[in-house]
Write a protein that binds this ligand. Structure first.
Ligand code: GRF
Length: 190
């Protein structure tokens, strides 16, 4: 099972996943990391784990379609079986989706369908909900939609600040994302 991670930023989830491969909590091979941001910190983390790193952006191409084709070609050329999004800040286009049906997983920092979009943690905090959490789901053509695989909840207490909530959410993510990836990839993906 060859796994690719797509990420745009800090890469703390990538690191939790990479460590789970090292610890053999996840079986198979973490084959490559791709980032659409050339200066993303995730690429530094990948270097530390000696995972092959690739980066290009839509601006390197004449169209978004060509960018996606290049990304799909990269994944296919490396015989990737399963794609994990970890803070990848772009919509997956239909060609890429068609090449990896039910084989692209995402994590979102809220209990979907509440608070989709870019600011799941902040939106939940500002709304004043008492419980929020994380959602791991397969990717479809929508934004933070697609079949839900797992959710985990956390209470927002009176003492919480946005920062403390972010910390709690990230801890949940780092605990659950590797576990769920391990389960899915072990079962095999169809
Ligand atoms: C995570 O909160 C994830 O849920 C969201 O983007 C964030 C990525 O964080 N999709 P990191 O780059 O893994 O630290």
């Amino acid at each position: 099972m060859k796994v690719a991670v797509l990420a745009s930023g800090n890469g703390s989830n990538f690191e939790a996943i990479a460590q789970a491969f090292v610890d053999q909590q996840i079986q198979g091979e973490l084959t490559l990391v791709f980032s659409d941001k050339k200066d993303a910190y995730v690429l530094e983390r990948a270097k530390k784990y000696q995972i092959p790193r690739f980066s290009f952006t839509p601006k390197d191409f004449a169209s978004k379609k060509q960018y996606e084709e290049a990304l799909r070609d990269l994944l296919l050329a490396n015989q990737i079986d399963f794609v994990v999004l970890a803070g990848y800040m772009r919509i997956i286009g239909k060609d890429l989706l068609a090449s990896f049906p039910n084989k692209i997983l995402n994590i979102h920092p809220s209990l979907l369908p509440s608070f989709p979009g870019l600011h799941g943690i902040k939106d939940a905090y500002n709304y004043g909900v008492k419980i929020t959490g994380i959602t791991i789901h397969f990717v479809d053509a929508g934004v933070d939609t697609g079949p839900i695989v797992a959710q985990a909840a956390v209470a927002i207490t009176e003492e919480d600040t946005l920062e403390s909530l972010e910390e709690k959410i990230h801890q949940l993510e780092h605990h659950w994302y590797p576990k769920v990836i391990a389960e899915i990839t072990q079962k095999g993906v169809n």
